[in-house]
Design a protein around this ligand. Structure first.
Ligand code: FAD
Length: 483
């Protein structure tokens, strides 16, 4: 069989997006694919190859299915039968070897050796998993409710991916802390147990940040940290005059904060399109923003303070000083007081003030520069959960001017000619004496199609671009004139 007419997939039961090559390399090692490829070109009956693929298919289908794993964990007898069947096939391959120490026979021997190791690793994983699950339950069970610690198929499957739908590994365990106080001891226990920790909110992220890449991963789902405080008037450090603020647990759904603000006649400016499902911790970790970013910035611009647990289970409290109550890059200098506490949450380890030039926190002309993970050293924000677990955050709220008009512009024809309109609209309203652009949403062609956008000009087909702008002012005539 030549390379050209080789079947693309020979490993059976593989319903995943992984190719044969990836599976062979994952289970038998990097070099095994090359060896198999060489043998394939001189394949005789193909029976040995088929049996090897069946063994790999058995391992792969179980490794990719947490429900089958649960079944085998519950039934050592069924696990033994499966492993015996795998050994039987490998023994049959062994019998077919020529044993003449030829180059071909040596390659078959190498593959058989790798396959036996893969079967042993597969079998041993069950004993390891049982033992590690017991240890995790013992350590975490002393910190949080036992039913907040989940190993079952359902929990693992629902935390394998995010909005990207990219899948690599299933998490080993999913933990749902009930309170902020549980978070530091949970982080400490998981680190001591050698597990990789991934914080997670609503799982709407588009960067794959919440996706486990390692089998021994603990996903900390923050959705139970859903305490939403009352709106308070507070004088923020280094400012004069009260400012409306709201304290949110990391797991509060973004939309709930928007609704609370709206009910008080105020605006919560962090408004990603995913607000119905995203959570506050995820918003901070991604520095999320939406339509209102044009006026009030993204999460970073609106944070008054936040709390998080560092990788060493210490507490970090960050407070913005002299908040300019507007976009952070408009302030010449953004200052943050960072206080670090021991894992007990009350013994102060140290305090520092971080100063970052406002303009360094945002790339010229961009809402946010997602490539800048360091972000001037500000902890938590835009870090995708890499430097700690955000447990709560306090945001400033804004007052919306009395009058608002939403303008919708549909663009047909050449997109290149439509795009400059975004800058033109912004420049026009930046110079307007009384009206302000409070939000500008851009829907590109794919988005317009995906949401089934209903155009106002049906005869012209589907628009290539749509802009939705909110124009606001306390002067009704100014809004009407600008719109
Ligand atoms: C339909 C759709 C529309 C979207 N629209 C927008 C938009 O308009 N603007 C925008 O900015 N984004 C948008 N997004 C992207 C996404 O919704 C945001 O990034 C959102 O902030 C993610 O929040 P989440 O709670 O779902 O986070 P998750 O997906 O759960 O996690 C995202 C990242 O944050 C980390 N993280 C989550 N919680 C914590 C925590 N408590 N502590 C530390 N790290 C944490 C995770 O580890 C991961 O790296 C959209 C996504 C979708 C699917």
């Amino acid at each position: 069989m030549t390379r050209m007419n080789a079947r693309l997939r020979e490993i059976p039961y593989n319903y995943t997006s992984f190719s044969d090559r990836e599976i062979v390399m994952r289970l038998l090692g990097e070099d095994a694919w090359g060896t198999l490829d060489e043998l394939r070109t001189e394949r005789r009956t193909g029976r040995s190859a088929r049996m090897l693929y069946e063994v790999l298919g058995d391992i792969w289908v179980v490794n990719r299915n947490p429900y089958l794993q649960d079944d085998l964990l519950d039934s050592p007898r069924r696990l033994n039968l499966l492993v015996e069947a795998m050994h039987h096939r490998l023994n049959e391959i062994e019998k077919r070897r020529t044993g003449d120490a030829s180059a071909r026979d040596t390659k078959v021997d190498e593959l058989l050796h790798a396959a036996r190791s893969a079967v042993a690793a597969f079998e041993n994983q069950y004993a390891e998993t049982r033992s590690l699950r017991r240890k995790v339950m013992r350590r975490l069970g002393a910190i949080t409710r036992r039913d907040n610690i989940q190993f079952d198929g359902m929990a693992r499957v629902s935390h394998v991916t995010d909005a990207t739908d990219w899948r690599v590994e299933y998490p080993f365990v999913v933990v749902h802390p009930d309170t902020e106080d549980e978070c530091a001891p949970i982080v400490k226990a998981l680190t001591d147990l050698g597990l990789t920790i991934i914080p997670r909110g609503g799982g709407t992220g588009y960067t794959g940040g919440a996706i486990p890449l390692d089998r021994l991963t603990a996903v900390v789902n923050t959705e139970k940290l859903d305490t939403l405080g009352a709106i308070e008037q507070r004088v923020l450090p280094g400012t004069s005059g009260p400012c409306a603020v709201i304290r949110c647990g990391a797991g509060v759904v973004t939309k709930r904060v928007m609704e609370a603000a709206e009910a008080a006649g105020l605006v919560f400016a962090v408004d990603p399109t995913s607000a119905d499902a995203s959570c506050i911790g995820g918003n901070v970790a991604m520095n999320a923003g939406g339509k209102k970013a044009v006026l009030w910035g993204t999460a970073l611009d609106n944070l008054a303070s936040w709390r998080m647990v560092g990788p060493d289970a210490s507490w970090i409290e960050v407070e913005r000083l002299e908040h300019n109550r507007s976009r952070i890059h408009d302030a010449p200098l953004a200052r943050f007081r960072i206080r670090r506490f021991e894992p007990d949450g009350s013994t102060l380890r140290g305090e520092e003030t971080l100063e970052v030039e406002g303009k360094r926190l945002r790339k010229e002309g961009l809402g946010k520069d997602v490539t800048d993970k360091f972000l001037g050293g500000v902890p938590g924000v835009q870090k995708e959960g890499c430097d700690g677990l955000i447990t709560s955050a306090t945001f400033i709220l804004h007052r919306m001017p009395k009058h608002i008009r939403t303008v919708c512009l549909e663009f047909f024809g050449d997109v290149k000619r439509a795009v400059p309109a975004i800058v033109e609209i912004k420049s026009y309203l930046d110079q307007h004496p009384k009206a302000i652009l409070a939000g500008l949403e851009h829907l590109d062609e794919r988005y317009v199609k995906a949401v089934g956008y209903a155009t106002k000009a049906k005869s012209r087909g589907r628009p290539r671009m749509v802009l939705i702008g909110d124009i606001v002012s306390d002067d009704e005539n100014a809004v009407a004139e600008a719109a």
